[in-house]
Design a protein around this ligand. Structure first.
Ligand SMILES: [Zn+2]
Length: 450
């Protein structure tokens, strides 16, 4: 059964994931461990857990598509027997899915050769099937880098590129290798593996680009990898940024490893997202723009010629000899009070996700002692900014800056929370204008509400 991948809204935390699957949190955790439920994790000591709705649907379909004739014990719904690993074993080794929760009554036989999950242990990438058997493993010759750059995504972001054509299952994996000291990556690459674990291709960013009078050769970091829907086959997008300086790029890599530059900007790109509307598909690329010292959001129409960020001509922020197309929209999300008073050079967009009818862009305003002060910008499906709110980490940083005497007012009197935020928007025909985006007091920070 060929499957097309269209990234769906993101579910954050076990509660949302379990609610979406209509099972208990324990059941969802069981399904991850035993049935390859595609769960992703951020990084840090308590990594956040999230899932993509489309991946969950694909996972459900992959389980139900291999149905056979055995009866199905339904799920943990009240009054039904629970599915357990033991009952799966008793049923002749068939993998039983909690099918009742999906409105299906099927039994699910294992598909021994099919990768449902992959992950890194030490220096080795493992691919597992639905019953938790290791299908193959790949040991990297160099040490994989395990620190993080401050971006919220794990480097070890694996993507199963589904079977198109049927049986051609591939796995893409972004790897960063440690330098001698181990405190920064020396080289980053995307690996594509076949369903049996052979390396089909590798992609390593090798740009040499000029902005103004300066040429940048790298080293380049891969800050985010995203699988997006394309006909007839899906494509990988990679957010690539210079490890020390400003250039940032979005590169599109097809399933055969052929890469093409989609977008370039004078500032690092940290996060990617795809939005599919009835009329068109858009790629969203979030990061920072160094000319304006502000978080940036580029919105690129899928299929448009390669484009670049709007910069002042003749400045060192203008790309030379690069793409000449324009993005559909380009936004600057200005630094907040906490960002400025906290002494940061700029804020940056670090995550983009779907949330019901909106798309939200999370910016990092200030980070200290592992606490991140965030702003959340919400956009409607026409990609207009509609409201902004701030997280509890933002409130905590505000209180700290008050205690240090750097801010003279309380959060309740904070101008940032009483005035709209002037977001700058650029469009190819009209250039720059300002949209006043209102603060949404119904959505945090908690300390402000109390
Ligand atoms: Zn304030």
């Amino acid at each position: 059964m060929p499957m097309h991948y269209t990234p769906g809204p993101e579910l954050n935390g076990w509660k949302q994931i379990a609610a979406y699957l209509r099972v208990s949190v324990r059941k969802a955790q069981f399904l991850e461990k035993e049935q390859g439920l595609p769960i992703r994790r951020g990084i840090g000591s308590k990594p956040p857990v999230f899932a993509d709705q489309t991946e969950l649907e694909t996972w459900k379909a992959s389980l139900s598509s291999s149905g056979n004739s055995l009866a199905v014990p339904p799920t943990s719904a009240p009054g039904h027997p629970r599915v357990s690993r033991r009952s799966a074993v008793l049923a002749g080794g068939a993998v039983l899915l909690a099918a009742g929760s999906f409105g299906l009554t099927r039994i699910l036989a294992p598909r021994p050769g099919r990768i449902v999950r992959a992950g890194v242990v030490g220096n080795t990438l493992y691919a597992w099937n639905a019953t938790g058997d290791v299908l193959w493993r790949h040991r990297f010759a160099e040490t994989l880098w395990t620190n993080h750059t401050g971006a919220p995504y794990a480097k070890w972001r694996t993507q199963i590129i589904h079977e198109i054509p049927p049986g051609d299952q591939r796995l893409a994996f972004a790897a960063a290798f440690a330098d001698a000291e181990g405190d920064s990556p020396s080289r980053e690459e995307i690996y594509c593996f076949s369903s049996t674990g052979s390396v089909l291709w590798r992609y390593s960013p090798e740009f040499s680009v000029r902005f103004g009078g300066e040429r940048f050769h790298g080293p380049w970091n891969i800050l985010h990898v995203l699988l997006v829907a394309r006909q007839p086959r899906p494509t990988l997008l990679a957010a690539i940024s210079h490890s020390n300086y400003r250039p940032g790029f979005v590169v599109e890599i097809d399933v055969d490893g052929k890469a093409r530059l989609l977008f370039a900007q004078a500032g690092n790109i940290h996060c990617l997202h795809q939005m599919v509307s009835p009329s068109a598909a858009f790629i969203l690329a979030g990061g920072v723009n160094n000319e304006y010292n502000a978080a940036s959001l580029a919105i690129i129409k899928d299929g448009a010629p390669p484009s670049r960020s709007p910069q002042t001509p003749g400045t060192r922020f203008e790309i030379q000899g690069g793409p000449i197309g324009d993005p559909e929209y380009y936004y600057l999300l200005p630094p907040s009070e906490v960002n400025i008073v906290g002494g940061e050079p700029y804020n940056k967009a670090i995550r983009i996700a779907d949330e019901q009818e909106s798309i939200f862009v999370e910016t990092r305003e200030l980070e200290l002692d592992q606490q991140t002060g965030k702003a959340m910008y919400y956009f409607n499906r026409s990609l207009d900014p509609i409201r902004v709110s701030y997280g509890d980490g933002y409130a905590a940083h505000h209180r700290r800056l008050q205690a240090e005497g750097k801010l003279k007012h309380s959060l309740a009197d904070c101008p940032q929370l009483h005035h709209p935020v002037p977001v700058r928007r650029w469009r190819p025909k009209s250039g720059w204008n300002i949209i006043q985006v209102p603060f949404d007091p119904s959505n945090g920070p908690d300390a402000y509400r109390s």
